[in-house]
Design a protein around this ligand. Structure first.
Ligand code: 6PG
Length: 470
C-alpha cells in the first residue's frame, strides 16, 4: 500500500478540521489519536464520518501510524499545550528517524518550543513550532500559519502548509517562515495578546452602547463599520452574535458574564513586564477577563453601591468611531513593539510586513487595519514614523477623551480605552513625573539618578535627609 504524505496526531476540533483541509488539498494522510477512556472511538468515528475521503487512514497505534508515513516523515501534532506535548514527543521519537519533521501546531509557550527544538536537534529531528490561527472554521477552510524553526526544516513542509493556509488579497498564502526556534509560537502568542485587546475593545463599546441602544441597533452599527476602514473579523462576528436568538431570546443576554482564558494573553503580558515593553492594552484586557470572574463578589457589591445613571447619555457615533479607531491603532502598535523587541533579543529578524500580511486572512485578528499596517511596514518598522498613524491618533485624541468622560459619567469600565489613551498621552509628553520617582528611589535607597541636560549620563546621589540647601 502507498505510504501517506503527511500525518496528524490529535483529533480534537482543530486536529479534525486541519486533517480534512489537508486531505481536501489532495495529500494522502494518516491520522492518530490515543484511544483510552472517552477517546476510545475518536479515530474510527472520524474515519466513518468522513468516509468520502479515501485518502485518510486512521490509526490507534502510534508505531503503525508512524510507519504508514513516507520518509522523511512529516507529522503535525494538534494537542493541548503543556506537558502532554513533551509526553507525545517522547513517545514518538522512539519511532522517528533522523530528518523526519515534527510540527507542533498547538498554542505552546515559545520557550517550551525553543527547548524542544534544541533537544530534538540532537536527535537530528526537525522541529517546527507553528502558530495556527483561525479557530475551527479557519482550520477547515484555510488558517493563518506561523511556522518557526530551522529554515531547512521549513522547506520540507512549507509547500504543504502553504497549500492548506488561507490566501491574502493577492492570492498569496497566509503562511510564511517566521524565524528560528520558538519564533512561530512567539508571534502566535502576541497575536493572541492583540486578539484579547481587540475583543475587549468591542466588549467595552458594547457595554456603553447598551445603555441606550438595543442589541439590533448595536449590531447594525458594527455591520456598518465593517464596511469601512474599521472592518475586521471580530467586528463582523460581534455584529452577528448580537442578533442571534434562541426561542425568541437574544443568546447574548443569557450568557454568564465571566470570561475564560487559556493563558496566551497572560504569557504575552508577563513577557512584556519582563522585557520592559508597555503592552498596556493586552494586559488590561487580561485583567478585565480576570476581574469579570469575580461575579459573586461583583453582584454583592453592586447592591451596596448606587449604580445606574437613570439618564444615560453616550457620545455621538462619530466620536465612538474615532475613539475605536484610535484604540485599535495603539493596540496594534504595542503588539508589534513587543515583537520588534523580542525579535532583536533573539536575533530573529522577523519581517513585520510579511507577518502582518499573513495576519490579513485566516486568523482571528484579520482586518483592514492589518492590511494597511502590512503596507506601512514595507517602508518603516516603527508605526509612529508613519504620518498616517500619527495624524489619525492626533485627530482622534479628542474623541477618545470624550468617550472616557462619558464612561465616567455613566459608570462603565473602559479598561482598554483608558490604557490606549494614557499610553498615547505618556508617549507624547516631553516630561513625565519620573524625576520624582528617581528622587524617591535615591532618597530611600541611594539608587542614584541622572540629570537633565547632562550628556555624560553620569549618576548622582543626594543626601536628602540633610538640610534643604546642602
Ligand atoms: C486563534 C485563537 C485561538 C485561541 C482560542 C482560545 O487564533 O485561533 O487565538 O488559538 O487559543 O481562541 O483563547 P482564550 O481561551 O485564551 O481566549
Amino acid at each position: 500500500m502507498n505510504k501517506s504524505e503527511f500525518g496528524v496526531i490529535g483529533l480534537g476540533v482543530m486536529g479534525k478540521s486541519l486533517s480534512l483541509n489537508i486531505a481536501e488539498s489532495g495529500f494522502n494522510l494518516s491520522v492518530y489519536n490515543r484511544s483510552d477512556g472517552a477517546e476510545a472511538n475518536i479515530v474510527s468515528d472520524f474515519i466513518a464520518e468522513n468516509s468520502g475521503f479515501k485518502n485518510i487512514l486512521g490509526f490507534k497505534d502510534i508505531q503503525e501510524f508512524v510507519n504508514s508515513i513516507e520518509k522523511p516523515r512529516k507529522i503535525l501534532m494538534m494537542i493541548k499545550a503543556g506537558t502532554v506535548v513533551d509526553a507525545v514527543i517522547n513517545q514518538l521519537t522512539q519511532f522517528l528517524d533522523p530528518d523526519d519533521v515534527l510540527v507542533d501546531g498547538g498554542n505552546s509557550y515559545f520557550l517550551d518550543t525553543k527547548r524542544r527544538y534544541e533537544s530534538l536537534k540532537t536527535k537530528r529531528i526537525h522541529f517546527i513550532g507553528c502558530g495556527i490561527s483561525g479557530g475551527e472554521e479557519g482550520a477547515r477552510k484555510g488558517p493563518s500559519l506561523m511556522p518557526g524553526g530551522n529554515i531547512n526544516s521549513y522547506k520540507l513542509v512549507g509547500s504543504i502548509l502553504e497549500k492548506i493556509s488561507a490566501k491574502d488579497v493577492n492570492n498569496n498564502p497566509c503562511c510564511a517562515y517566521i524565524a528560528n526556534d520558538g519564533a512561530g509560537h512567539f508571534v502566535k502568542m502576541i497575536h493572541n495578546g492583540i486578539e484579547y485587546a481587540e475583543m475587549q475593545l468591542l466588549a467595552e463599546l458594547y457595554a456603553l452602547l447598551s445603555l441606550t441602544m438595543p442589541n439590533e441597533a448595536i449590531s447594525e452599527l458594527f455591520s456598518k463599520w465593517n464596511n469601512t476602514d474599521l472592518s475586521s473579523y471580530l467586528l463582523e462576528i460581534s455584529a452577528k452574535i448580537l442578533t442571534k436568538k434562541k426561542n425568541g431570546i437574544y443568546i447574548i443576554d443569557t450568557i454568564l458574564d465571566k470570561a475564560g482564558n487559556k493563558g496566551t494573553g497572560s504569557w504575552s503580558s508577563k513577557l512584556a513586564l519582563e522585557i520592559g515593553v508597555p503592552t498596556t492594552m493586552m494586559t488590561s484586557a487580561v485583567f478585565a477577563r480576570y476581574l469579570s470572574s469575580f461575579k459573586t463578589k461583583r453582584e454583592h457589591l453592586s447592591k451596596l453601591v448606587a449604580t445606574k445613571n437613570s439618564n444615560p447619555n453616550i457620545p455621538n457615533i462619530q466620536i465612538l468611531e474615532d475613539a475605536y479607531r484610535f484604540a485599535r491603532i495603539i493596540n496594534h502598535y504595542q503588539g508589534f513593539e513587543i515583537i520588534i523587541e523580542t525579535s532583536k533579543e533573539n536575533n530573529w529578524d522577523i519581517n513585520l510586513s510579511e507577518l502582518a500580511r499573513i495576519w490579513t486572512n485566516g486568523c482571528i485578528i484579520r482586518s483592514e487595519l492589518m492590511r494597511n499596517i502590512s503596507e506601512l511596514f514595507k517602508s518603516k518598522n516603527d508605526l509612529f514614523d508613519h504620518n498616517y498613524i500619527v495624524n489619525t491618533l492626533k485627530t482622534s485624541e479628542f474623541s477618545i477623551s470624550e468617550l472616557i468622560k462619558s464612561a465616567i459619567t455613566n459608570r462603565v469600565p473602559l479598561d482598554t480605552y483608558w490604557s490606549a489613551y494614557n499610553y498615547w498621552i505618556s508617549m507624547t509628553s516631553k516630561r513625565l513625573p519620573a524625576n520624582l520617582i528617581q528622587a524617591q528611589r535615591d532618597f530611600f535607597g541611594a539608587h542614584t539618578y541622572q540629570k537633565l541636560n547632562d550628556a555624560s549620563g553620569k549618576f548622582y546621589h543626594t543626601n536628602w535627609a540633610k538640610s534643604k540647601n546642602s
